[in-house]
Design a protein. Structure first.
Length: 273
């Protein structure tokens, strides 16, 4: 069994409040069955109030666990894949950005959303932490999907809340950031995007652009993705029907934007009931 050695307080993988995660993963080691058993027993004695939900656990409620010092502890990688309800701190991070600060009625509430924490391999094959906000109806799907991608060392450059880009979708895509929830309309239209409901996610968007035609002109988003609009070309990080990312998302019931007729959104997966 693979475990992570954590350099200091890893509240994220201990399933604490989502916003308190400032962590570094320093190394991976192999443990004997005897050591693994001792560590598991030691961790099982830690008292934790409240719940968060990880791999294969289709449940949802608020997490209020106490901070646990793990300077020399060894934690199971799978504990780093989980989702929780939005804490007050998370609400503060997104309000006025991806979640509008308005008195007008919105089509989604904080209670409909979930915070998702994952691990992923970046383009340098280094393990990184990732954060997503999504509709709670797909939260378990995303936990399981990103765990499968992690196990296969599928490269995703970064997974950050779009609020780090002031909810600017173009800026997030141009930086090749993978993101999910953002209360916004479909580009060029007044209709709300499925990202507004937290039911859509964009993966490695720079290499998998949104391509559409308007007034006879081809439009490519983000602007710096022009070299990747030609899907007959061979280049890394391209999502197509032979790609692992496509296969895993569709196995979980997601639809791929690259299969649309009127436009092509190669980065986009969505699951709506």
């Amino acid at each position: 069994m693979r475990f992570l050695v954590i350099a200091y307080l890893l509240t994220g993988c201990q399933k604490k409040g989502a916003v308190e995660m400032e962590t570094e993963i320093e190394s991976e080691i192999e443990l004997s069955e005897e050591s693994t058993s001792a560590i598991t027993q030691d961790m099982s004695e830690t008292e934790v109030d409240g719940s968060v939900y990880g791999l294969g656990e289709d449940r949802f409620e608020t997490n209020t666990s106490e901070a646990i010092s793990v300077e020399e502890s060894i934690l199971d990688v799978e504990d780093c894949f989980y989702y929780t309800a939005l804490t007050e701190e998370i609400k503060e991070r997104i309000t006025g950005k991806s979640y509008p600060d308005t008195e007008e009625s919105l089509q989604i509430s904080y209670e409909d959303l979930a915070y998702v924490h994952v691990l992923h391999y970046d383009f340098q094959a280094q393990v990184q932490e990732g954060e997503l906000i999504c509709n709670q109806s797909i939260a378990q799907d995303l936990v399981d999907i990103f765990h499968e991608l992690y196990e296969s060392q599928y490269p995703i450059e970064k997974i950050r809340l779009i609020d780090e880009y002031d909810a600017d979708d173009e800026a997030s895509m141009a930086d090749n950031n993978t993101s999910c929830f953002n209360y916004r309309t479909v580009p060029g239209r007044t209709k709300l995007s499925n990202h507004s409901y937290g039911c859509a996610i964009d993966i490695n968007p720079l290499y998998n652009p949104y391509v559409r035609t308007s007034d006879g002109k081809e439009l490519i988003s983000p602007d710096n993705a022009v070299p990747y609009a030609d899907r007959s070309a061979d280049f890394p990080y391209k999502i197509d029907k032979n790609d692992l990312c496509y296969r895993i998302f569709t196995e979980h019931g997601f639809r791929w934007g690259g299969a649309w007729n009127s436009s092509k959104d190669y980065q986009h997966f969505e699951k709506v009931s």
